[in-house]
Design a protein around this ligand. Structure first.
Ligand code: 3PY
Ligand code: MG
Length: 252
């Protein structure tokens, strides 16, 4: 059953939101993130390893601890539909490079007449039939959050057109793919990459789109908010790795 989406509400009210992205199946870590007070989780099915029922369990657990579950998935119409039917409150789609790509994503996430999402009420999102018909479909269309990755030079070029597509809530900068696609394989710290990223924040202020990105430290998180991102996701494995390393080195 889709209820209100506190991330969409906070963004609308001009507040920042913080979440965590993870590609490892662990309902326990999802619970910890909820107890810690994060707003959302991005369940990463682009690079992560989940079966459909594991994905549904991650979504189910997120709701138990008041986290908004968003799934990073691909363009495939059945992927977007299956993710939303599992009860995800949002989708995040990698490599959205053109206005047409963005339009396709919105089409696949919304019910007719706005979009072309297939209809069924027998699945988890509609409470297996306990929440159905127009009321369910309207709630779903209103509350599903749509985030698209800006992570290629082509997407940077088409940024304004992509974010002008009705239904796109967030333009999410993927610094890793962006730097690799710009020819820099050793991280996003290169000044040219940083310049492009900064230009996106500047452009976003004119269009009014909410910006998202990743962070791997508290300094990163603060800096992303300061630059103008309002939907920032820490990287769960990077946080674990950092702490594993620090504790071991600290004991040497
Ligand atoms: C990237 O940095 O490419 C990402 O997709 C971050 O999630
Ligand atoms: Mg990426």
């Amino acid at each position: 059953m889709i209820e209100s989406n506190k991330v969409k509400e906070k963004l609308k009210a001009g507040e920042n939101t913080a979440g965590a992205i993870m590609g490892i199946y662990s309902p326990a870590i999802v619970e910890m993130l909820g107890h810690a007070g994060y707003d959302f989780i991005i369940i990463d099915d682009e690079h992560g390893a989940y079966s459909w029922s594991e994905l549904e369990d991650m979504i189910r657990t997120a709701r138990l601890v008041d986290l908004i579950p968003i799934v990073r998935t691909d363009y495939n119409p059945s992927s977007i539909q299956k993710v939303l039917d599992r009860g995800a409150y949002g989708i995040q789609i990698p490599m959205v490079n053109t206005k047409e790509d963005a339009e396709l994503v919105v089409q696949r996430a919304k019910y007719p007449p706005a979009g072309r999402r297939g209809t069924a009420f027998s699945m988890r999102a509609a409470g297996y039939g306990y929440d159905s018909g127009k009321s369910f479909m309207d709630k779903s269309d209103d509350n599903i959050l749509i985030s698209v990755h800006i992570e290629t030079p082509e997407a940077v070029k088409n940024f304004e057109e992509i974010v002008s597509v009705p239904g796109i809530d967030i333009a999410f900068i993927g610094p890793t793919d962006l730097s690799v696609n710009m020819g820099y394989k050793d991280g996003a710290g290169h000044p040219e990459v940083q310049e492009v990223i900064n230009s996106l924040y500047t452009k976003s202020k004119k269009s009014g789109i909410h910006m998202g990105t990743i962070a791997t430290s508290k300094e990163d998180l603060a800096s992303a908010f300061e630059k103008g991102a309002s939907f920032v996701s820490v990287v769960t494995t990077a946080m674990l790795k950092k702490n594993f390393d620090e504790v071991l080195r600290g004991a040497e």
